[in-house]
Design a protein. Sequence first.
Length: 133
Amino acid sequence: MTMHPPAIPTPGAAPTPELTTTPAGPEVRDFSHPTAPVRFRIGADEFQARPMISAQRMVQLAEMGEKIDAAEGMVKLSIFTEVFELALYPESLERFRARLYDDDNPIGMGQVGQVIEWLIEQYAGRPTPPPGT
C-alpha cells in the first residue's frame, strides 16, 4: 500500500488533488478543499474570509468584477460591499463595513481593490495578472 503525504495547503488556495491508495484498493483522487479561513490584515484589524466559495458564488464574483470596471462612486462601493458579503465571515464583514465609513480609521478604495484582487486569486487558485498585461 502506497500513501502519499498530503501537501500542506496554502490557506484559501485551490487544493491540488492527491492520489492515494486505500487498503480497499484503487487510487482515490481527493478533491477536498481547504478548511482554514483566508486571513488578511488592514492596520490592526485582521479579517477572516471563507476558505472557499461555491461555484455559483464564484460566477457572481466574476460578474461583479465586470460591473466594478464600469461603475463609479457609491455604485462601485456598493458592488465592493457585495463582494465582501460573499467572502467574509459575518463578524469580519461587520468590522470591514464599519471601517469603510470610519473617518478616523478608514479603509481606502485602493485597499478595497487590492483585497478583492487578492481574494479572487485565493479562490481561483492562481494569481491575477498585473494591470496592463
